[in-house]
Design a protein around this ligand. Sequence first.
Ligand SMILES: *[C@@H]1O[C@H](CO)[C@@H](O)[C@H](O)[C@H]1NC(C)=O
Ligand SMILES: *[C@@H]1O[C@H](CO)[C@@H](O)[C@H](O)[C@H]1NC(C)=O
Ligand SMILES: *[C@@H]1O[C@H](CO)[C@@H](O)[C@H](O)[C@H]1NC(C)=O
Ligand SMILES: *[C@@H]1O[C@H](CO)[C@@H](O)[C@H](O)[C@H]1NC(C)=O
Ligand SMILES: *[C@@H]1O[C@H](CO)[C@@H](O)[C@H](O)[C@H]1NC(C)=O
Ligand SMILES: *[C@@H]1O[C@H](CO)[C@@H](O)[C@H](O)[C@H]1NC(C)=O
Ligand SMILES: *[C@@H]1O[C@H](CO)[C@@H](O)[C@H](O)[C@H]1NC(C)=O
Ligand SMILES: *[C@@H]1O[C@H](CO)[C@@H](O)[C@H](O)[C@H]1NC(C)=O
Length: 325
Amino acid sequence: MVLKFAYIIVILMIWCMYPLTSAQYLDETITSSQYENMTIARPGCDRKCGNVFIPFPFGMGRENCYASSWFEIDCRNNNTTTNSSGEQKPYLKYIDLEVKFIDLWNEALIIMNPIYQSGKNCERDKTGGINLKGGSPFVYSARYNTFLAVGCGNTASFWSNGEEVRACASMCNGDDLIKVANCRGRKCCQTSLPRHLSEYNVSFDGQECAYGLIIAVRLGYWNLTIKDVKHLNEVPAVLEWEIPFDTFYSNISFLIDPAVAICYNTSLKQHPDYYSGKLCRCRYDDDDDFKGSPYIRGSCKGPPPPPPPDIKSHGKWAIIGIRMK
Ligand SMILES: *[C@@H]1O[C@H](CO)[C@@H](O)[C@H](O)[C@H]1NC(C)=O
Ligand SMILES: *[C@@H]1O[C@H](CO)[C@@H](O)[C@H](O)[C@H]1NC(C)=O
Ligand SMILES: *[C@@H]1O[C@H](CO)[C@@H](O)[C@H](O)[C@H]1NC(C)=O
Ligand SMILES: *[C@@H]1O[C@H](CO)[C@@H](O)[C@H](O)[C@H]1NC(C)=O
Ligand SMILES: *[C@@H]1O[C@H](CO)[C@@H](O)[C@H](O)[C@H]1NC(C)=O
Ligand SMILES: *[C@@H]1O[C@H](CO)[C@@H](O)[C@H](O)[C@H]1NC(C)=O
Ligand SMILES: *[C@@H]1O[C@H](CO)[C@@H](O)[C@H](O)[C@H]1NC(C)=O
Ligand SMILES: *[C@@H]1O[C@H](CO)[C@@H](O)[C@H](O)[C@H]1NC(C)=O
């Protein structure tokens, strides 16, 4: 009995830590169906780019389709010679990275993040990093991502704010078919990310070609092998987002209907006591059968009908009159 209770607690804790499950995100039909019948874009704005739904405050095209330039999506046809053939793919314009999925309810964004590589015998040399600073409403999620380095006799260093915040080293024995799930120092290694990460770059020290990447391991991308990593340019990673105060008050607050939506402060950036933005939720949505967008008028469900009058409530009213000393 006690054991059973403990199991339930553990399951609940895991669920709270990782509300996004891999099944949700990897199965495109599940993720997309959540938005299928919903009003997610502002009037007169496109709601989809290729296969990806673009819910406001994200948006594309005209200026009033997105909340501010941080949220502007560029829908690009990857065939530059024609607009009819080739796939349409959304890019977060401000960082120029492809977007795979925008989650309104978990405040997450799946992007394709570059793999850096450098050293002898590399297919190509790509060094550097990503900078989401300068007031941006995005950080790399420490919950869903891991820093992974692939190499042989190398050390990979992970830098942020001019400091080396993480490093890991890998030995040469091991083979290329090792799954990145089993990265424990042979041919590859991994470390957690610091919280509130908004800027990083990667450097390598060693002989052979080395690879460094941020990857969304919690979303089930552990099945990649070392060999896969060597041939990919980018892998999925999760960004968390919020709406910065200035954007919220100037461009979003008047769209929110306080009768059905509720907004709260968020602190995505460094200081836990310091609020950097806001997010909203529909008050009356239940997770299972209905979800609406708090940022679009008329999308949230209305309040439930008032319960039928209850005889017991007479008793409660009587108690309110008592004053405590
Ligand atoms: C969307 O609406 C269509 C037509 O009413 C319906 O067949 C479909 O099941 C709905 N999808 C979802 C996810 O509710
Ligand atoms: C265009 O898309 C195809 C298929 O998804 C891909 O193989 C190709 O690399 C893309 N080209 C560019 C320029 O992005
Ligand atoms: C782009 O479209 C043109 C015309 O449809 C086609 O001939 C060409 O092969 C396409 N290129 C790519 C890279 O898909
Ligand atoms: C490309 O797009 C333009 C503007 O949307 C349109 O006028 C033109 O017909 C399109 N070309 C093709 C080949 O679809
Ligand atoms: C790493 O980041 C710092 C500060 O952002 C920058 O000065 C440096 O050039 C970057 N290093 C590389 C290899 O890009
Ligand atoms: C990893 O798993 C995903 C989802 O199950 C699948 O789409 C992908 O093809 C797999 N990749 C490899 C290299 O097996
Ligand atoms: C509000 O929206 C306008 C028009 O899209 C934009 O120019 C402005 O920068 C936005 N304001 C903020 C604070 O994001
Ligand atoms: C939300 O943040 C703003 C700005 O920091 C602050 O003025 C306000 O009191 C905060 N609201 C709550 C409920 O903490």
